[in-house]
Design a binder for this molecule. Structure first.
Ligand code: ADP
Length: 950
């Protein structure tokens, strides 16, 4: 552009100026002929926002056509402005270039320039393009430069904007750390994406994708194994224009990618821009975490230690894609391992069982494992600390060992092995380490659970086998466990045991004490002990003794009890019975002392009277009677005692014979007569059918009824009625002794036949006796295979004792030969009797007793004297004590039988020892008879003078 200053039109004349600014020296003809053309030209220029100009360098004359004022804000006189002046408008940075171009044109050259000018009107910076060339004026012959200038500010701005955006795009493209590329998807004839070509990639592409020099290359040529899904997805994006975001593995490069793909440019270009990120590490982490949580879920489902290990081995092997996974326990010395479970890929040899660690690993590695650190062998063949040959034999080229250490030391190892060398990655090492701990802890728990289950089963088996009630309860008393015996005792359905409330079956009287014991033990955390009656399923109250130990939680709080209850009803009752027996025994001893002392007083007094010088003959006789009665009474007591002891020891034997019941009753009445008469009772006897006989010991049977009659006499007030009746019921003789005496209260009835049973307390008792009479009677009756029973309507209502004896028979005619049951009737003999006893008093009183019957008596006080005296005295009968100093009774008997005078002597042993063995021993030593001290005078009478043959 060339303008002159001052050519700028006034605002009113702007339009005209735009059209008519004309150089004054334009050729005259041309001006005329071209006037129309010029006008149209000016309009065209204005429309194109362009000016045309002409400059004559020699004169610096300048002419402009076009909207110079509007475009460049030039004044109306701009046409008169020289080039130098116009150049001043040019931007400082462009002015040099402009000057050079003008000079070049002035010398006849052409130029084309883009430059900036400062628009004088508003100071705005305007981009213009200017093209010019030199032209020679044929008429003047002067050089001119003609050119056009137009405003390119808009274009420049657009260009700038594009450049900037391009720059930004590039910067962004290269700045993002994610991989970015633009691909062209290639389709086969069926519109199926079969490959793609990289058109553009960013800087991070290589690092993210693992592909180098990708631009211009096809994916299939870079990674022939690349998965189909990649081509398919990109093809879809290219065809549909729908952007896709996805994660997928690319095993050809061993990576996982997070991808965003979108179509760019025109659909037919089939270009796809891909933003992607290598997420392999995160993905591995996720997959590892998935494996861990899947294993946890499996572990929760399984309970057997071996199934847990087996599953872990298999899952780990698949996850890591390794040939073998083994789980092994380390021995306490840390030298051998026992493979508990393993997973082997096909073709891998099994390594189950025990093996020495040193056969595979050098000390360096073993101590590292002992310290709890992992050992990773990338290539066993190249590892100086690995026994390569051993590994080769097992087809192993790389291995990873993760140890587990407990407080006890190295316990466990998880071994991962591959057939090929492998650089173990950090994530693999971390995973295996974590797995090892988890598997071991689970194994330990499974073992503990198994042990617990076993001990639980043992407990249940044991508890269910026990005959006592075993239970486990919580604090509220609900049953957590009840053994078989418990369930049966209360008849509870096993499923309903938890809802069983034992408090409801405790006896109301014991409930408070029993539940109180639980509450107290709970509060103190101590042991539980309680006794109570509980109702058994059959409705019976049973005494249960319960013992419990508190169950404590970790904080030491009582959470319930584990205990057992024993049915002690029988023990309880027998304890009561024992206490009762003990009480009776004490009473008996007191009674016995009393009963034995009682007769002694009159004996002593009678003896004193008899000894007195001034005693009359009647007094002496009376004394003797008293003494005899008392001695006889004491003898009876002692006889009873000895009998009862024989019965309880099973040593009493019966001398059975067929005996008439009537005779037995007669003898019994005879025996009881003194008591009956003393109290003036009336006795009625119905002796039953004549000839009723029994196979029995007459003496013992008479003893039974004497006893019953004596009791009837004793426990009936004077002048009472006593009745004896005999009946025969089939082959049973039924003999009843009844009275109208003091009777027996109902509570005492069950114990009447027990030893030492006496209804009245010792002080209340009027009669004498030891409380063994009925027990003895019962024993004797039972020896005869019979029974005895008592009936009384109560105190004051009298009593009836009924004896039943089997084997009764009614013999048609009384047996005349049979001797009657003996009665104590003295006879009158005359014999020579020698008494030998080292106790002088005993010898002398016995002598006096025998002399009373008119016999001739001598006494000796030891064995020698006896033999000597016997030889001269020639006794018919000798009463010989056994226990003597010097020669004892047996020895005397032996020698005596050897002497001519002693051969026919009736030899009678008199001794305190009354047992059957003593008797047999005496007979064996040559004695004819055996009498127990104190000697029964009647028996003595019979011996000294046996029943006469007459
Ligand atoms: P004892 O008569 O020596 O005391 P028993 O064994 O003969 O011993 O009798 C035991 C108890 O039975 C007596 O102490 C008495 O209380 C009671 N008894 C026995 N027979 C009768 C009876 N016929 N009437 C009332 N009570 C009797």
């Amino acid at each position: 552009m060339k303008t002159r200053e001052g050519t700028r039109p006034s605002p009113q004349r702007q339009d005209a100026a735009r059209d008519t600014v004309v150089a004054s020296d334009v050729h005259h003809e041309a001006r005329r002929g071209l006037a129309g053309v010029s006008r149209r030209f000016a309009v065209t220029l204005a429309a194109a926002r362009m000016i045309a100009w002409e400059w004559e360098p020699a004169t610096d004359r300048f002419a402009v056509t076009g909207p110079a004022a509007e475009l460049f804000g030039l004044p109306p006189d701009a046409a008169r402005t020289g080039a130098a002046r116009a150049a001043r408008l040019v931007h400082a940075e462009d002015s040099e270039r402009y000057r050079a171009a003008l000079e070049h044109a002035a010398r006849g050259g052409n130029y084309r320039l883009e430059l900036r000018i400062g628009r004088p009107r508003d100071g705005a910076l305007v981009w213009i393009e200017e093209r010019a060339r030199a032209v020679r004026n044929c008429a003047t012959g002067r050089e001119r430069v003609v050119g056009v200038t137009w405003d390119i500010t808009e274009r420049k701005r657009a260009e700038e904007a594009r450049r900037r955006s391009e720059e930004r795009y590039r910067a962004l493209f290269d700045a993002i750390d994610q991989g970015f590329c633009v691909i062209e998807v290639l389709f086969d004839g069926h519109d199926r994406a079969c490959d793609y070509r990289f058109l553009e990639v960013n800087r991070a592409f290589e690092q993210q994708s693992g592909l180098t020099d990708a631009v211009g290359k096809r994916m299939r040529s870079l990674a022939p194994e690349h998965e189909e899904h990649w081509f398919r997805i990109y093809g879809e994006v290219a065809l549909t224009g729908e952007a896709r975001r996805f994660e997928a593995p690319a095993s050809a490069v061993g990576r996982w990618f997070d991808v965003y793909a979108m179509r760019v440019e025109a659909p037919e270009a089939r270009r796809v821009a891909i933003l992607f990120k290598d997420i392999t590490a995160r993905k591995r982490g996720e997959l590892n975490a998935q494996l861990l949580s899947a294993l946890e879920a499996d572990f929760a489902r399984l309970s057997g230690p071996h199934e847990i290990l087996k599953l872990a081995a298999t899952k780990i092997a698949h996850h890591l894609g390794v040939a073998r996974v083994s789980l092994a326990q380390i021995d306490p010395a840390g030298e051998t391992l026992t493979v508990l479970e393993e997973h082997c890929a096909p073709g891998m040899p099994s390594g189950l069982g025990e093996r020495r660690i040193a056969d595979y690993l050098g000390e360096e590695y073993v101590s590292r494992l002992r310290a709890g650190r992992l050992v990773a062998l990338d290539d066993v063949a190249a590892d100086p600390h690995a026994q390569a040959a051993a590994y080769r034999a097992r087809h192993i080229a790389s291995a990873l060992y993760a140890p587990y250490l407990s407080a006890r030391g190295w316990e466990f190892v998880l071994a991962i092995q591959r057939r090929e060398p492998h650089a173990w990655r950090a994530d693999e090492i971390e995973l295996v380490d974590e797995l090892c701990t988890r598997v071991w802890l689970r194994l330990e728990r499974a073992r503990a659970e198994a042990a617990l289950r076993e001990s639980e089963a043992r407990f249940r088996t044991l508890a269910n086998g026990l005959p006592i009630l075993v239970w486990v309860s919580d604090n509220a008393g609900h049953l957590d466990f009840a053994n078989q015996a418990y369930l049966e005792f209360f008849d509870i359905d096993p499923a309903a045991a938890g809802g069983f409330d034992w408090r409801e079956v405790v006896h109301p009287d014991d409930r408070e004490a029993y539940t109180g014991a639980f509450v107290r033990a709970q509060a103190s955390g101590g042991k539980l002990y309680a006794r109570a009656r509980l109702r058994r399923a059959d409705g019976q109250w049973r005494w249960l003794e319960s013992r419990g130990h508190p169950r404590l939680d970790l904080a030491g709080r009582v959470t319930g009890f584990i205990g057992c209850s024993t049915d002690i009803t029988e023990i309880w009752e027998s304890q009561r019975a024992l206490e009762e027996a003990d009480r009776r025994k004490d009473e008996f001893l007191a009674t016995l002392a009393h009963e034995l002392r009682n007769p002694l007083a009159p004996v002593r007094q009678a003896a004193a009277i008899a000894k007195a010088r001034n005693a009359t003959e009647a007094q002496v006789r009376w004394s003797h009677d008293v003494i005899e009665r008392q001695v006889q009474h004491m003898s009876l007591l002692l006889d009873d005692l000895l009998d009862i002891s024989r019965i309880t020891q099973g040593k009493l034997t019966l001398r059975k014979e067929r005996v008439e019941v009537r005779a037995v009753i007669d003898a019994a009445i005879e025996g009881a007569r003194p008591f009956l008469e003393a109290r003036q009772h009336r006795l009625a006897v119905n002796a039953g059918p004549a000839g009723l006989s029994l196979e029995a010991d007459p003496l013992r049977l008479a003893q039974v009824f004497t006893n019953l009659l004596t009791n009837a006499a004793k426990y009936t007030d004077a002048g009472g009625d006593i009745r004896v009746t005999v009946r025969c019921e089939q082959d049973i003789a039924v003999i009843r002794v009844s009275d109208n005496g003091i009777g027996i209260p109902a509570h005492a009835l069950p114990r009447m036949f027990q030893m030492f049973a006496q209804v009245q307390s010792p002080l209340e008792r009027t009669g004498d006796g030891l409380g063994i009479g009925l027990a003895l009677s019962k024993g004797l009756v039972e020896l005869h295979r019979g029974s005895i029973a008592v009936h009384s309507a109560g105190a004051g209502q009298g009593s009836t004792f009924t004896v039943r004896l089997p084997g009764a028979r009614i013999t048609p005619a009384p047996d005349a030969d049979r001797a009657p049951v003996p009665a104590r009737v003295p006879r009158a003999p005359r014999r020579r009797v020698l008494i030998v006893d080292d106790n002088r008093d005993a010898a002398d009183t016995l002598a006096a007793l025998i002399e009373l019957d008119g016999h001739e008596v001598r006494t000796a006080h030891d064995g020698y004297e006896a033999l000597k005296l016997g030889a001269s005295f020639r006794p018919d009968c000798m009463l010989l004590d056994i226990g003597m100093p010097g020669l004892n009774g047996y020895e005397v008997a032996r020698r005596l039988r050897q002497a001519e005078w002693g051969r026919d002597v009736t030899l009678v042993a008199t001794t305190g020892w009354g047992q059957r063995e003593d008797r047999e021993r005496a007979l064996a030593h040559g004695f004819d008879h055996h009498l127990t001290k104190p000697i029964d005078p009647d028996a003595l009478h019979e011996l000294i003078e046996p029943p006469a043959a007459d």
